[in-house]
Design a protein around this ligand. Structure first.
Ligand code: CO
Length: 226
């Protein structure tokens, strides 16, 4: 048997440290979670959801998958959204992508990696949809970064168009859906300017975010990973 004793030791130290600052911390959290935020991000180890926004356990409900995708047939992601919206009644849903995303790069390059190619087909749909804009960029680094941005915008739209979010808006629940992108090289989040709060706003915010990404040229911020 192999034990990951280092990690278990770190866990004991973390729990002790947390309790020393707030003796009731764990007993309070064990009774109830009341997060205001749902985070949908990439599985990438360099983009830990809670840590980069300085949030403690209990403050954010999290779903992560390769390339932060929201696919209408993915029961896993849809169930997370449903539970977050209907049971936890989160107020904000954040789709967070990141520059240098390996999943997005694989989709851009048409890499053959096996099973995951099927999942990354969803990113290739984003590429097809925005082909002329992507192909107008000179370098692969720029195309990669732009793809990371466009992918976030498209996934925000997918969240907004999900039955769960549309139904909750129709019932008057207050939920806003945001699109952010994280820079691996500076640790900073950039808001892609979505912030959708109603079904009627979807098209306008989509156009706005799309135009902004094209105009501001943020896509040079992070070179493609080799
Ligand atoms: Co990624």
């Amino acid at each position: 048997m192999r034990l990951l004793s280092q990690l278990l030791a770190k866990n004991r130290a973390w729990a002790a440290e947390t309790t020393s600052h707030d003796p009731e911390f764990f007993s309070r959290l064990a009774r109830l979670q009341t997060p205001k935020y749902l985070w949908i991000g990439c599985s990438d180890s360099r983009v830990p959801a809670n840590q980069i926004v300085g949030m403690a356990p209990g403050e954010m409900f999290v779903h992560r998958n390769v390339a932060n995708l929201v696919v209408h047939t993915d029961l896993n992601c849809l169930s997370v959204i449903q539970y977050a919206v209907e049971a936890l009644r989160v107020e904000h849903i954040i789709v967070c992508g990141h520059y240098g995303c390996g999943g997005v790069l694989a989709a851009l390059r048409d890499s053959k990696l096996g099973l995951i190619d099927n999942w990354l087909r969803n990113v290739q749909s984003v590429r097809s949809k925005h082909r002329s804009q992507i192909e107008s960029l000179a370098t692969e680094g720029e195309r990669h970064a732009r793809m990371c941005e466009l992918n976030v915008i498209e996934q925000v739209i997918n969240v907004c168009q999900s039955t769960v979010v549309r139904n909750s808006w129709a019932q008057g629940q207050s939920i806003s859906v945001h699109g952010w992108i994280y820079g691996l090289s500076d640790g900073l989040l950039r808001d892609l300017g979505m912030g959708v709060t109603a079904e009627t706003e979807i098209d306008a915010y989509y156009e706005l975010a799309f135009a902004r990404v094209e105009a501001e040229g943020r896509s040079t911020l992070e070179p493609a990973r080799a």
